[in-house]
Design a protein around this ligand. Structure first.
Ligand SMILES: C[S@@+](CC[C@H](N)C(=O)[O-])C[C@H]1O[C@@H](n2cnc3c(N)ncnc32)[C@H](O)[C@@H]1O
Length: 220
C-alpha cells in the first residue's frame, strides 16, 4: 500500500525557509517573534529590513514573518538584488506572533516534503494531487508579478499549462488558480475551468480591494 505524498515548493527561499522552520523549529521561532513584537516601531522595522545577510535560518524566518505582518499592505516585493524593499505599514496592533496558529501549521507540516524548487522540477505522478498557486497573469501591463528575482511571464504561464497537461497524461490530478484574463491558455478539452469570486487584500489602491473573479482550473 503506497502512502500519500505531500509536497510544498516555491522558488522563494525566504518563503520556503519559513515553512521549514515552522516545520522543525517552531518554539525558537515563536520566542524570536515575541521579541520582534515587543520591539516593533517604525525605526525597528527599517533596522530589521536592512538585515539582508542573516545566516541563522530561524532569524531569517522570524524576519520574514515580522516584515510580512508589519509592511505596507502585507506585500512581498524585492529589488533587482533580491532584497526586500517594501516600506513600513501603519497598523495599530499587527499580529506579529500568533503562537497557536504557528503550532497548528507546525503540526500540519509534519511529514510534508518542503523544498525550494522551480515548478518545472516537480516529480508528481499517478495518484498524486497537485495544487498550483502561481503568480497571476497580469490583468494589465502594470500588474505586479515580481515575487522573486526572476519574473513570471507568459512563457512561464504556458510552461505551467503544459506541465498540467503532462500531469494529466501521467494520471495525476491538479488544481490551478489564476486571474481571470479571458486569455486562451486553458482551451484544451482536459481543462475544467470555473470562475470563482476571491477576496483580494493586496492592492496598492485601497479602493480596488475586495472580491475579484479568479479562475479555478482542474482536470477532474
Ligand atoms: C500567488 S503567489 C503564491 C504564494 C504561496 N502560495 C504562499 O504560500 O504564500 C505565487 C508564488 O509563485 C512563486 N513562483 C514564481 N516563479 C516560480 C517558479 N518558476 N517556480 C515555482 N514557484 C514560483 C513565487 O515565489 C510566489 O510565492
Amino acid at each position: 500500500m503506497g502512502g500519500r505524498r505531500y509536497f510544498l515548493s516555491d522558488v522563494n527561499f525566504d518563503l520556503i525557509n519559513t515553512y521549514q522552520v515552522i516545520q522543525g523549529d517552531v518554539e525558537p521561532l515563536i520566542s524570536r517573534l515575541q521579541l520582534h513584537a515587543q520591539k516593533h516601531s517604525s525605526d525597528y522595522y527599517y533596522e530589521i529590513r536592512s538585515q539582508h545577510a542573516l545566516d541563522d535560518r530561524i532569524e531569517i524566518a522570524a524576519r520574514f514573518i515580522y516584515l510580512n505582518k508589519t509592511c505596507y499592505n502585507g506585500l512581498w516585493r524585492v529589488n533587482s538584488r533580491g532584497e526586500f524593499n517594501v516600506p513600513v505599514g501603519s497598523y495599530t496592533n499587527p499580529a506579529i506572533c500568533q503562537p497557536d496558529l504557528l503550532r497548528a501549521c507546525h503540526a500540519a507540516l509534519q511529514g510534508v516534503d518542503v523544498r525550494k524548487q522551480d515548478f518545472t522540477e516537480l516529480k508528481a505522478g499517478e495518484g498524486d494531487f497537485v495544487y498550483f498557486d502561481p503568480p497571476y497573469q497580469p490583468l494589465d501591463k502594470t500588474s505586479f508579478t515580481r515575487y522573486a528575482k526572476a519574473d513570471f511571464g507568459m512563457e512561464e504561464q504556458v510552461a505551467l499549462r503544459d506541465l498540467c497537461m503532462a500531469l494529466h497524461a501521467r494520471g495525476a490530478k491538479f488544481m490551478l488558480s489564476n486571474s481571470d484574463t479571458s486569455s486562451p491558455l486553458y482551451q484544451d478539452a482536459i481543462f475544467k475551468v470555473e470562475t470563482v469570486q476571491a477576496p483580494r487584500f493586496v492592492n496598492s489602491r485601497g479602493d480596488e480591494r475586495g472580491a475579484v473573479n479568479e479562475l479555478l482550473v482542474t482536470n477532474y
